[in-house]
Design a binder for this molecule. Structure first.
Ligand code: C2E
Ligand code: MG
Ligand code: MG
Ligand code: MG
Length: 292
């Protein structure tokens, strides 16, 4: 009986695997068009200073507004974009759009908070990466400290020996780096002392179990203590409960991000949150074209 069940189970899953493969292939075809068709959007998730509750930064997060499927999340399309070699162009679009958005907020009188951008391993490893970033900043006359580049441990690992030089260049330009999803990758202690690295983002997988799970509490506590003694700032990801907030605040974490404080927001919602007394803003901000 077990054998028949196994066979049936196998036959049951086959059509689903086909559907999954078909969906990926179709997404791939459509992803090639998405940039040209203007289907990407950025949303921005606030980061709050735990002690004061003040919003001190936002993180740009990519969304694909698919004409039929609706909103597609990065977890689904970024791996596809990577395998198609499209990720660099998408990352560049994200960087350009983020800089345009910072400029638009500035012109609207929004207080100048830091804006974090996620950088894929592909783009980070590209020889034109640092140049691309600084050209973006210059064309909009933005100070480098307005940006925080979020880079994962695995992206840093891929750079090999070039990592030191790249980070040195970023540091010289005044551009800061956060190690994203810290603790989930190849957590080399050597990365913590790289130039430009100013911040550790503690991955949500260590936050979920707080405060009850003693392993998570020990890991989060150790990361926070280490960051503090190295003079690095810390952001905890994915805070959803008051109990997590309290634990992190008591353990010396500086900033937090998560649904407890805010979901990712549209640009006009960010503006409203930071300037509550301003009249309502138009839904589509007019962006000033870059200076050449
Ligand atoms: P990440 O950089 O670690 O971003 C945090 C993710 O956690 C975001 O998912 C965010 O919406 C989600 N999140 C925030 N607070 C909570 C919470 O309290 N609970 C839960 N369950 N989730 C929370 P999102 O936007 O789907 O992004 C997923 C990943 O995709 C990001 O992880 C990042 O690695 C990547 N990504 C997002 N935008 C970009 C981009 O513009 N470029 C690149 N290269 N990667 C991006
Ligand atoms: Mg991130
Ligand atoms: Mg992260
Ligand atoms: Mg994460």
């Amino acid at each position: 009986a077990a054998k028949t069940e196994e066979r049936n189970a196998f036959r049951f899953y086959t059509p689903m695997m086909h559907a999954d493969t078909r969906r990926r292939l179709q997404l791939a075809a459509e992803l090639r068009q998405a940039l040209a068709r203007n289907e990407f959007q950025l949303v921005f998730q606030p980061s709050v200073e735990l002690r004061s509750g003040r919003i001190v930064a936002v993180e740009a997060l990519l969304r694909w507004q698919h004409p039929e499927r609706g909103e597609v999340l990065p977890a689904e399309f970024i791996p596809v974009a990577e395998s198609l070699g499209l990720i660099r162009r998408i990352d560049e679009w994200v960087m350009q759009t983020t800089c345009a958005q910072i400029q638009a907020w500035d012109l609207a009188g929004v207080p100048p908070i830091r804006v974090a951008v996620n950088i894929s391993a592909r783009w980070f490893g590209h020889p034109a990466f640092v140049d691309g970033i600084s050209r973006n900043l210059q064309s909009r006359q933005l100070a480098p400290r307005r940006l925080l580049l979020e880079i994962t441990e695995s992206a840093m690992l891929r750079l090999g020996d070039d990592i030191e030089r790249t980070m040195q260049t970023l540091d010289t330009l005044g551009i800061a780096v956060a190690i994203d999803d810290f603790g989930t990758g190849y957590s080399s202690m050597a990365y913590l002392k790289l130039p430009a690295v100013t911040c550790l983002k503690i991955d949500r997988s260590f936050i979920i179990g707080l405060p009850g799970n003693s392993n998570d509490a020990a890991i989060a506590g150790a990361i926070l203590a280490m960051a503090k003694s190295l003079g690095l700032t810390t952001i905890a990801e994915g805070i959803e409960t008051e109990a997590q907030h309290d634990f992190l605040l008591r353990s010396g974490c500086i900033e937090g991000q998560g649904y407890l404080y805010s979901y990712p927001l549209r640009p006009e919602e960010v503006q409203h949150l930071l300037c509550p007394n301003q009249p309502p803003v138009p839904t589509r901000l007019k962006l000033v074209p870059p200076r050449r």
